[in-house]
Design a protein around this ligand. Structure first.
Ligand SMILES: Cc1ncc(COP(=O)(O)O)c(C=O)c1O
Length: 430
């Protein structure tokens, strides 16, 4: 097997530093030569049905001709110009379109290049909102156990304490208020009490609506989300919804917050924004948030400006991805995927070592007892012609939203089969 690996992989492996990886014993990753539709094509020609959509970005499948042509046109005419003092059509058009598409009056769009940075910007906006209003001391955030908002220092501080490595970086991370999602009456009372007693130090609540993705695909109801919005309103606290994972259809509606019929004060978007082609993110603010930055003084302006913000190729890709969403809204596709995931993953519930099976929109999850067999599982999936990347205790799929029923069945069959083989292996070992 090793001698079939391309030299770019074996040579480069001595130099690359991989994400979330103990490099001492890291296996070689699967070399991908091409992508097409919902498939990853390996360097040796094997095809994998993609069950992950490249960390949830490739909503329309890979190499979509409409997005590809938009990016090619853009690179030939204007790949990038700075947004400080210069304007280009793609960024301005995209801002108008996102403002129109987003719920309520989320009508101001600040661009950046990654999800983490868009959340940093949202947090900075929230803190400065209070400063600009002449209110002092409101710089803390409330977030939830199981949450994930990025890997930069401010975003780590609002992640789940364990996943966000709070003890490793103790003293470096801002001290936030991290509590349980108010999913039952006791937790609702506790959450309400936190806002009531500490609102004078809280800038905003920050959370992923309906599904906490990287924290383990943990799902909560629209009612819980609506409760949080109402509590924020009651206590005069801003609400930041991080729709980086859930945005653009993943949970069944264009934005997850629509299911609770609420509008956050600030919302972050990335991932499927460019259909998995180029890095781009956006932080959207409602009118009352934006208005707090208006004055006769330069001091109340938002002092932020990533070099590549509003990159023209990224914005062209995003405008093309929005065309696709407008022409063929994701809702019916996601409803079909959801139904199929529910039917086909159910078989896993009875298997050894399975703790839970859950589905929301185009997200299908098998939760297992704790284990460390992720690399073994990945290899098993590849041998079944599927790309699935298990993490922590979950085996999950978030396929492209255009996946065919046949390809999705290949994914779900592999998930059930690999989990079954893992259960048998575990039993033999014990
Ligand atoms: C909900 C959420 N917020 C923020 C991020 C961070 O985005 P990025 O990896 O682009 O910095 C992610 C990435 O998985 C995410 O799922």
């Amino acid at each position: 097997m090793a001698d079939t690996h391309p030299t770019w992989l074996t040579d480069g492996f001595d130099h690359i530093w991989l994400p979330y990886t103990q490099m001492q014993d890291a296996p070689l990753p699967a070399p991908i030569a091409r992508t097409q539709g919902c498939k990853l094509i390996m360097a040796d020609g094997r095809e994998l049905v993609d069950g992950v959509a490249s960390w949830w970005t490739a909503a329309h499948g890979y190499n979509h001709p409409h997005i590809r042509e938009a990016v090619i046109r853009q690179v030939e005419t204007l790949p990038h110009v700075m947004l400080g003092g210069l304007a280009h059509e793609q960024a301005y058009t995209l801002a108008s379109r996102l403002a129109k598409m987003a719920p309520g009056d989320l009508s101001r769009v600040f661009f950046s290049e990654s999800g983490s940075v868009s959340v940093e910007i949202a947090m900075k906006m929230a803190v400065q909102y209070w400063i600009n209003k002449g209110v002092t001391g409101r710089s803390r955030f409330v977030s939830f156990t199981g949450g994930y908002h990025g890997d930069t220092f401010a975003t780590m501080s609002v992640c789940d304490p364990e996943e966000g490595m709070h003890s490793l970086f103790a003293g470096l991370l801002a001290d936030q208020i991290i509590t349980d999602l108010p999913v039952d009456a006791a937790k609702q009372d506790a959450f309400d009490a936190v806002l009531a007693s500490r609102k004078d130090e809280i800038a905003a609540v920050v959370m992923e609506p309906l599904v906490q993705g990287a924290g383990g695909m943990i799902m909560h109801s629209p009612e819980t989300l609506a409760f949080i919005r109402a509590a924020c309103d009651r206590h005069g606290v801003l609400l930041i919804l991080d729709e980086i994972f859930t945005g653009f259809g993943r949970t069944g509606t264009l934005f997850a917050c629509e299911q609770a019929d609420i509008v956050p004060d600030i919302m972050t978007l990335s991932k499927a924004l460019t259909g998995g082609t180029l890095p781009l993110a956006a932080t959207l603010a409602r009118t009352h948030v934006f208005d707090a930055f208006l004055s006769d003084s330069a001091e109340t302006a938002l002092m932020h400006g990533p070099t590549y913000m509003g990159n023209a190729m990224g914005c062209a890709a995003a405008n093309a991805a929005l065309d696709l969403i407008e022409r063929d809204p994701p809702g019916p596709h996601v409803a079909r995927i959801e139904q199929q995931l529910r039917a086909e993953l159910e078989a896993a519930r009875a298997l050894d070592g399975v703790v839970d099976v859950r589905v929301k929109g185009a997200i299908g999850v098998i939760e297992l007892e704790p284990h460390a067999d992720h690399d073994w599982m990945k290899a098993e999936f590849i041998s079944r012609g599927v790309w699935i990347r298990p993490f922590n205790n979950i085996v999950y799929t978030t396929p492209p939203l255009v996946i065919s029923a046949g390809d999705l069945s290949q994914i779900t069959a592999a998930m059930v089969d690999v989990v079954s083989a893992w259960g048998t292996r575990k039993r033999k070992e014990s």
